[in-house]
Design a binder for this molecule. Sequence first.
Ligand SMILES: CCCCCCCCCCCCC/C=C/[C@@H](O)[C@H](COP(=O)(O)O)NC(=O)CCCCC
Ligand SMILES: Nc1ncnc2c1ncn2[C@@H]1O[C@H](COP(=O)(O)OP(=O)(O)O)[C@@H](O)[C@H]1O
Ligand SMILES: [Ca+2]
Length: 503
Amino acid sequence: ISCVHTENCFVPTSDIIAVEETEFNKKQHNIGKWQKMAKPHAFTVYYVKKARNHRWRCSDVTFWCVDEHLCNQWIQALKELLEMQKSRPKQLLVYINPYGGRRQGKRIYEQKVAPLFSLASISTDVVITEHANHAKDNLFEVNINKYDGVVCVGGDGMFSEVMHGLIGRMQKDSGIDQNNPKAPLVQCNIRIGIIPAGSTDCICYSTVGIIDPVTSALHIIVGDCQPLDVSSVHHNNTFLKYSVSLLGYGFYGDILKDSEKKRWMGPMRYDYSGFKTFLSHHYYEGTISFQPARHTLGSPRDKDSCRTGCYICKKSEQQLAEQHKECGLKREEDEEEWKVIKGKFLAINAVNMSCACPRSPKGLSPAAHLADGSADLILVRKCSRFDFLRYLVRHTNQDDQFDFSFVDVYRVKSFQFTSKLSEDNESNVTDIGKKRFGQFCRDHPACCCNSANSTWNCDGETLDSSAIEVRVHCQLMKLFARGIEENCKGEAAYSQSSIEQLL
Ligand SMILES: CCCCCCCCCCCCC/C=C/[C@@H](O)[C@H](COP(=O)(O)O)NC(=O)CCCCC
Ligand SMILES: Nc1ncnc2c1ncn2[C@@H]1O[C@H](COP(=O)(O)OP(=O)(O)O)[C@@H](O)[C@H]1O
Ligand SMILES: [Ca+2]
């Protein structure tokens, strides 16, 4: 048996998408010496071809043989090999947000993703959402055990909706009260696949390394699994939201609030509102208290990033599990110290992952880990517009964005924030005049200090409360992804040669 290009062909079985008997008419131009045969037999192997910059493509190779029986034996054996790969999904529930990003979700799914799922013999139930929260509400009703995974076609906001549906459903089914900030949440074992069709798509970029629907579809087909930390956000013992990417107050909260009015602009709304918010240069006073993450080996200033099969994530998870076994969640948390920082901040960002995206390929915290049970808390204190611009620009180049006197970064497992305004309100020293006469400081109109609160941006959704309590839950959920693969020497060679490993 041999392929049309060379006498020996190699493909890792884990990279095979499908095996099919070859129809002759399709490939006749390619069959070379087999053309002379009276009745040639052939099968085609579709497989993942790794190209540059983490991009995956579906490639194929056709094997020819004179003996029909031998050909069928090969097809059968390969199909059995695929069948043995239990991590591969067979039945998926797909939610498409037709209004996300450039409103291309439906087209992207139908043209680029559905044909691949069908090739890989994956059955799908597809729901095109009709309103916000459609997917989330639906996830509380469906027979979830029927599915091997849920796919969302959209941006970070759409992912967040699906995640809330799945985590919420899981807690409801297990009798866990989400309003209790200290409740040990039940892990969600149904994986989520993201087909990027949104505006920022940071969760896809930070877990796959590229915004590309075909690459993401192939990660789903081969059954990848990447655990993900999730932060729960509460206010006064009331559950507000979960977050996996950015929880941002000040700069990113103000951008989001302004940009929601400009949805018609598509992804450009963030550039417009970003520029406007940068010029407004508002800062906010408040108090941050946090518990440092002592269980993890890493630090936000590390030079190495979280990559496929990350050692730091594995070790941190083990360490946390041991701590919980030894002393129980409650005692361990009560015993650990809280650090308190009061100040005037342009931005407070808590990130569970690097938050890399096309606007910032290294992200808000380049060394943050996907699954280490911690978040990086970045505090950007009041500084000049010029310094803040220098800080922002460093998100786009190789310079260290934490190397500024006005920027602090901590790896934390929980934190709390209260704005000065709500502290003042609580202690009944509210200045009625401040409230009545608009948002900005009346004493110093040019100073940019803000007597109104900012808004929390939680994975692209606004929160109603400024005072929040946040806790990181290690590996609460899983994605159809494998983290960003190391750019090793072999990768280029592997991507150039189409078939490498023995069948
Ligand atoms: C002088 C140029 C400086 C440019 C600096 C840019 C730094 C950008 C960092 C962006 C981090 C994004 C974190 C992810 C947030 C998303 O969850 C959220 C919702 O995404 P989606 O649902 O797909 O729209 N996106 C945002 O909040 C937009 C952030 C605005 C970035 C300018
Ligand atoms: N059919 C719909 N109509 C309006 N909003 C929707 C619909 N489906 C989902 N949404 C909401 O749209 C928001 C943004 O979606 P997303 O896909 O993240 O796009 P973008 O990245 O452009 O913000 C999400 O919060 C989601 O709840
Ligand atoms: Ca993390």
